[in-house]
Ligand binder design. Structure first.
Ligand code: 5GP
Length: 195
């Protein structure tokens, strides 16, 4: 029996909406069979972030070399830093049957959707904009100028939600995680039947 190729799951939403928090609430459920795609970025690590776990932290020169070598499934510039999804790793995991999660911003998400229309696309929205601002400021790790850029960007990003298959509100992270788990499970089952 040949192995079922894993799903490609695009998990997106404005910076600060709580994607990471929600992901941690559903990621370890064994029936979902998930793997996380670790992105490459030129941003500086935040306190507590680990190279090779949260991101591969690289220089701009290294990032540009990866672009030239066609190593990315998608990449984007986001408030002064580059972020990209290394494609080889994603393909390897999917061929091993894993459902792979890309936690990426909207521009990259649209690129993936164009290249891979079968991708399961999920967008997280905040309960309201004030809450999003509170969360972005709550990180306290970035200068005001960057915070303002992230807020302006978030406003534009929210307008793209119509491009996603599922839009889920992060009013209650546990509920959001449960809904996402349900969506992934259903899609994985449908893909199996379709094969
Ligand atoms: P942060 O600096 O807050 O970790 O990430 C900023 C934004 O970039 C977030 O919306 C995050 O999901 C997104 N991001 C992280 N990795 C990638 C990637 O590989 N590609 C794209 N397009 N966005 C990414």
């Amino acid at each position: 029996m040949s192995m079922q190729k894993g799903l490609l799951i695009v998990f997106s939403g404005p910076s600060g909406v709580g994607k990471g928090t929600i992901r941690k609430l559903f990621f370890d459920r064994p029936e979902l069979n998930l793997a996380f795609s670790i992105s490459m970025t030129t941003r500086q690590p935040r306190a507590g972030e680990v190279d090779g776990v949260d991101y591969f932290f690289v220089t701009e020169e290294e990032f540009k070399r990866a672009i030239d070598n066609d190593e990315f499934l998608e990449y984007a510039e986001f408030v002064g830093s580059y972020y990209g999804t290394p494609k080889e790793h994603v393909e390897k995991l999917r061929n091993e049957g894993k459902n792979v999660i890309l936690e990426i911003e909207v521009q990259g998400a649209l690129e993936v959707r164009e290249k891979m229309p079968d991708a399961l696309t999920i967008f997280i929205v905040p309960p309201n904009f004030e809450e999003l601002e509170r969360r972005i400021r709550g990180r306290r790790s970035e200068p005001e100028e960057i915070i303002l850029q992230r807020l302006a960007k978030a406003e534009r990003e929210l307008k793209t939600m119509g491009n996603y298959k599922y839009v889920i509100c992060n009013d209650d992270p546990q509920l959001a995680a449960d809904l996402i788990a349900l969506v992934i499970k259903r899609h994985a089952e449908t893909a199996k039947i379709g094969n």
